[in-house]
Design a binder for this molecule. Structure first.
Ligand SMILES: *[C@@H]1O[C@H](CO)[C@@H](O)[C@H](O)[C@H]1NC(C)=O
Length: 408
């Protein structure tokens, strides 16, 4: 072999290895991503956790959040591929201001189930900053500090993140996104809260519902913009970033608000978003059709592993609210109709989770199709089987190729 030919060969080798590595990397990256779902249980007619597990498997969902530490759920989800976020109920916060109590809580509610049950996060309360009971706020950070300390003590802190989901109403401004800032009356306590998250590398969780903005202002706000349908969107006049949907704009507003408090690197994740399929007559936009479109579009965008315009390369993690309609929720009709599923396991509407190839947006009719809670495994098995086969073949090729390189 003469010299010029040899250098062409090594260039080729470098190129081939580059693309092989890229392909492998992408393949592995894709495999772990999943939509998250909120498994709320304020209802008296929900299926037992075993059935719910089958449903999640059929839907290929591997991330779920519950609103308590229900031992039945924790036990059922053991030795499965489900990652679980659990919740400290709001009424526990005051008690957890005591270090010993927090240790006791972790020892009895978390320790016995981990690692068989893959608990990856603890939500300390829910929407504390906007709760009617304003005294809860003062208990929040001490409770988080104590829970975290208890996790350190029990050796779990590197596996389980501690945070607390906030309502978007913690922001005084969210439009345009670059004007995002926190309510001034929250600034002292928000400073401590963000400091905790930054110190422990925990994410900032936001419950964001573009539906509320639309309902309050249906004449001013474009339905297509809030539903992720194609529309002209808006450009933030300061950053010049283009937004084609309200949800991403809300997330970026939160990122700006956090930055204004001096915390630049915090990750922002959506702990809840959703759309009601039914509402009272004054709840504009709460329809089956809109709910189907919103959730379908969220799913479609999640499959792209997208980030927001401000952080295009950081995949935005989203937990949809909710798995089931919950008949015992108080408040307006919409509150009981956020579910992708009816309690009996039939779809409230077809989101496309069972046929992820469908990407239609508008004009698609809500389907009356139903999924049987009892027959669920095949889709999951098929997908995983295919992916690991591809993965295995790539590994083999890589191995053969490296052998070949070494011989040269
Ligand atoms: C639990 O979930 C985390 C986060 O995705 C993952 O890294 C880990 O491997 C999982 N643990 C088990 C035992 O499956």
């Amino acid at each position: 072999m003469d010299a010029p030919l040899r250098s062409t060969t090594s260039l080729l080798q470098i190129l081939v290895s580059f693309f092989l590595l890229l392909f492998l990397g992408l393949n592995m990256f894709r495999e772990v991503e999943s939509l998250g779902i909120n498994y709320g249980q304020v209802a008296n007619n929900l299926p037992p956790p075993e059935k719910v597990l089958q449903l999640l498997n059929a839907l290929k969902i591997t991330k779920a959040r519950i609103y308590d530490t229900n031992p039945q759920v924790l036990t059922t989800f053991a030795n499965t591929n489900i990652e679980l976020i659990v919740t400290v109920e709001n009424q526990m916060l005051a008690t957890l201001g005591d270090q010993q109590q927090a240790l006791q809580w972790v020892s009895s509610h978390i320790r016995p189930y981990f690692p068989a049950t893959n608990i990856t996060g603890i939500a300390v309360g829910n929407e504390i900053f906007t709760d009617e009971d304003t005294s809860l706020m003062t208990y929040l950070v001490p409770a988080m500090v104590n829970i975290h300390a208890a996790l350190v003590k029990t050796g779990l802190s590197q596996y389980i993140q501690v945070s607390s989901p906030n309502s978007l109403a913690v922001l005084a401004n969210s439009y345009p996104p670059s004007a995002g800032n926190f309510r001034s009356d929250l600034s002292d306590i928000m400073q401590q809260f963000l400091q905790f998250l930054a110190t422990n590398k925990s994410p900032f969780w936001i419950n964001a519902y573009p539906y509320f903005a639309y309902k309050d202002n249906p004449n001013k706000i474009s339905l297509d913009y809030v539903l992720f349908n194609s529309n002209q969107g808006m450009v933030d006049p300061y950053t010049r970033l283009h937004y084609d949907n309200m949800l991403y704009a809300q997330v970026d507003a939160a990122i700006f608000a956090i930055s204004r408090m001096g915390f630049n690197g915090l990750e922002v994740k959506i702990s809840e978003t959703g759309w009601p399929s039914k509402g009272d007559s004054n709840e504009v936009g709460a329809t089956l059709q809109n709910a189907a479109i919103y959730n379908r579009n969220i799913l479609r965008r999640q499959l792209l592993n997208e980030g927001t315009p401000l952080r295009p390369n950081v995949r935005l993690d989203i937990y949809v609210f909710a798995l089931f309609n919950e008949d015992m929720k108080p408040g307006p009709t919409s509150e009981r109709n956020y579910g992708l599923f009816q309690p009996d396991g039939t779809m409230a509407y077809n989101v496309g989770l069972l046929s992820t190839t469908s990407t239609t947006t508008s004009n698609s009719e809500p389907s009356s199709a139903s999924v049987s809670l009892a027959s669920s495994a095949p889709p999951m098995v098929k997908r995983v089987g295919y992916q690991s086969l591809v993965h295995w073949m790539m590994m083999m090729m890589m191995f053969v190729y490296i052998c070949w390189l070494c011989k040269c």
